[in-house]
Design a protein around this ligand. Structure first.
Ligand code: SF4
Ligand code: FES
Length: 369
């Protein structure tokens, strides 16, 4: 068993946006009892003790936590590399300066499209202009900037314009991430899944831009696994290199695993070290012993680890099956049918996108319990 390398600290699921591709859990009411400031400080300390080097502060919208600056300062003092993953709503100049002084290392800002009306429609709130302003502040204060755009059927044709915008704002890195179908995105899958023609065109644009901008900007194009022959090596293997702590203190090997029927493990009841080493949620699919055929005897079993457990569960109802994205999976037809539907008929037949309900809520953060 290795030490975890990265901690995804999901500080809150409250969020001012209503993105239809949100992968956070559907049962948000179960996460209202957020960890207190002292509990998060302890989690960060225990994560560093465990060997974590990078801390991704995410949500929901992490800027809704009033203690964000204190948490960043603590992570920085521990020597962790800190990355803020934000919609940029609430990223005022004053807050940015406080975060800079606290030692924040990197900022990733999501945007929904290059064009204000399209971006605001997908986000479910007027936000484009504030995001662009925030990107300006990030560059001005000297942070490296990642611009993140989740791609789907409604914006993937705009990749060239998205990359032009990334150049304009001076992004150091742009992440073109095709939608992963978990949480709310799973409910919207038929409306979000792009066609093969859309994907091929976007990939060609991203590849050409990657060549042209090689010295100025990293372009990461995350391919949609529904169109791959093999699944993604999700999280680099279950409970292998990454861990997630949810707003209420549950510890998971990945951000989507709360949907699996596994016993809960919480930082409120146990240490991070013991949870990582011994809890059933971490050990359930660690390594290769749990694998069924065809993974068990497949030469790729330590390349992709049988794919994604959460996707196997969503598609088949059994988290221990081979990820149906794999063309060798006995359940592959479940993915093939979704892909077939995304390539049939005209765009006029597309189902509507259902926005995620807003979860702004009042900040319930307490210092301690
Ligand atoms: Fe990966 Fe399993 Fe498919 Fe082999 S059979 S490629 S290990 S998912
Ligand atoms: Fe949970 Fe892939 S998202 S294992």
């Amino acid at each position: 068993m290795d030490s975890p390398f990265g901690l995804l600290a999901e500080l809150t699921y409250r969020c001012p946006l209503a993105c239809p591709y949100c992968s956070n859990p559907l049962n948000l009411a179960d996460y209202q009892d957020e960890l207190t400031t002292d509990e998060w400080l302890r989690v960060l300390t225990e994560a560093e003790d465990l060997g974590v080097l990078q801390c991704h502060l995410s949500g929901g919208e992490p800027l809704l936590r009033r203690d964000l600056v204190e948490l960043v300062a603590h992570a920085h003092a521990l020597g962790l590399y800190t990355n803020l993953i934000t919609s940029a709503l609430g990223f005022s100049r004053r807050k940015a300066e406080e975060l800079r002084a606290a030692g924040l290392d990197h900022v990733q800002i999501s945007i929904q499209a290059d064009e204000p009306a399209v971006s605001d429609r997908i986000a479910g709130i007027t936000s484009f202009r504030r995001k662009i302003e925030a990107m300006g502040v990030v560059k001005e204060l000297g942070w490296p900037l990642t611009m993140n755009v989740v791609l789907h059927r409604h914006n993937i044709d705009r990749v060239a314009d998205v990359l032009a915008l990334a150049e304009e704002v001076g992004a150091d890195r742009v992440e073109l991430a095709n939608t992963q179908y978990y949480g709310w995105a799973w409910r919207n899958r038929a409306a979000l899944l792009p066609s093969r023609a859309q994907l091929e065109a976007a990939e060609a644009v991203a590849r050409a831009a990657g060549e042209r901008l090689r010295d100025r900007m990293d372009i990461i194009y995350v391919i949609p696994d529904y169109y791959s022959r093999y699944p993604k090596p999700c999280m680099g293997g279950w409970a292998s290199r990454q861990l997630t702590v949810t707003p209420n203190g549950d510890v998971l090997p990945c951000p989507a695993a709360q949907s699996l029927p596994l016993p809960r493990a919480s930082v409120r009841e146990d240490s991070l070290e013991r949870i990582w080493a011994e809890s059933p949620v971490m050990t359930a699919f660690r390594g290769t012993d749990w694998m069924p055929e065809p993974c068990r005897s497949c030469p790729r079993r330590e390349v992709d680890f049988g794919g994604c457990r959460c996707q196997a569960f969503l598609l088949t109802g059994d988290a221990a099956r081979t990820d149906p994205v794999c063309h060798l999976s006995p359940d592959h037809d479940l993915v093939a049918k979704a892909v077939e539907a995304a390539n049939a008929g005209s765009r006029d037949d597309d189902p509507p996108l259902v926005p995620r309900p807003h979860r702004p809520g009042p900040p319930p953060v307490a210092r301690s319990r």
